[in-house]
Design a protein around this ligand. Structure first.
Ligand SMILES: Nc1nc2c(ncn2[C@@H]2O[C@H](COP(=O)(O)OP(=O)(O)OP(=O)(O)O)[C@@H](O)[C@H]2O)c(=O)[nH]1
Ligand SMILES: [Mg+2]
Length: 293
């Protein structure tokens, strides 16, 4: 199958009017925070981080959580980990439903809290106070899942802090560490057409701004380019077919998305493919690898 030049596709319109406002609100909240816990998706950690915010949080202690590792290619995740190590970026790999990952997460957060506490003392805060942390990240990367895991159970003992709106509360995780109970949502930035497709497939941006056939075409291309045949196995298909349409026709036939007397329903095939991918049924796949040094 020939791959598509994604930069030739029509532009994705994704210019939420509230973008700057939301960024400013997040920046204001971050003023109260000692420790930033940033969550990114392991399948494309570079596209699911917001580098613009980087400058604002450069002086804060930061812990990057590479989440959904169960859905990413393990070898590529290793490469990302080496890359973050080289950058001296504090990070931890995580996936839900894994005790080992939960243990790693807790230890990484504990260490980051200790460091932030040391820093608090160093900058001359004489009275001891707990470290204030906030989980931030793009939509759907797993922020709430992480918060719930860290908090375990909502404690009643919460209290408002200056500058925090009514519906936000600080949850005392332990005597050294408080967490803002609502996450900071970073607005995705689409740097390229390909980035838009990746963020669309990862459900970071909404489907309505994307074309289903572009999303599914990109997905098929990535599986084929990586030599990943799990998708073929899942649908019981022999090969990737010479074109996206031919592939979708095969899939439609296989799944019975065919109306009597008509060709296969490609739209339904696209939806099926994208849903199965999002549910993790097509196996592990990573969309990006770290730049070679
Ligand atoms: N497979 C897998 N799914 C995960 C993981 N973490 C979270 N999810 C799922 O991803 C979806 C989004 O998780 P949330 O925790 O709601 O993500 P969020 O960042 O709070 O999303 P928004 O509130 O919409 O911004 C949910 O369906 C979770 O069950 C993970 O490690 N692996
Ligand atoms: Mg959430």
């Amino acid at each position: 199958m020939t791959t598509t030049d994604y930069e030739d596709m029509p532009a994705i319109s994704w210019f939420p009017g509230h973008m700057l406002k939301a960024e400013k609100q997040l920046a204001d909240k971050l003023k109260l925070i000692d420790l930033v816990i940033e969550v990114a998706d392991a399948r494309a950690p570079d596209h699911t981080r917001n580098y613009r915010l980087g400058e604002r949080i450069a002086h804060k202690k930061t812990l990057l959580i590479i989440n959904k590792c169960d859905l990413a290619n393990a070898d590529i995740t290793d490469k990302w980990q080496s890359c973050f190590r080289e950058q001296d970026l504090r990070h931890v790999l995580h996936q839900r439903n894994s005790r080992a990952a939960e243990g790693r997460l807790r230890k990484a957060v504990h260490d980051a809290v200790s460091d932030a506490q040391t820093r608090l003392q160093l900058v001359g805060n004489s009275a001891y106070r707990p470290v204030r942390a906030m989980v931030i990240g793009m939509p759907n990367v797993g922020k709430s899942t992480i918060i719930n895991k860290l908090v375990r159970k909502r404690t009643a003992e919460t209290g408002p802090k200056p500058g925090v709106t009514r519906n936000q509360q600080w949850v005392k995780v332990n005597e050294h560490f408080e967490l803002l109970d609502t996450p900071g949502i970073m607005i995705p930035r689409i740097e390229s057409r390909e980035s838009g497709l990746i963020l669309g497939l990862l459900a970071v941006i909404r489907d309505k701004v994307l074309h289903l056939d572009h999303l599914s075409g990109y997905l098929i291309d990535r599986f084929e380019a990586l030599g990943n045949t799990e998708l073929l196995t899942w649908y019981g298909l022999p090969d990737f077919a010479p074109s996206h349409d031919a592939f979708l026709d095969q899939l439609a036939a296989r799944r019975g998305f065919v109306r009597p007397g008509k060709a296969g329903d490609r739209r339904q095939a696209c939806i099926c493919l994208i849903n199965d991918f999002r549910k993790g049924r097509l196996g592990r796949i990573s969309f990006t690898t770290p730049p070679l040094r």
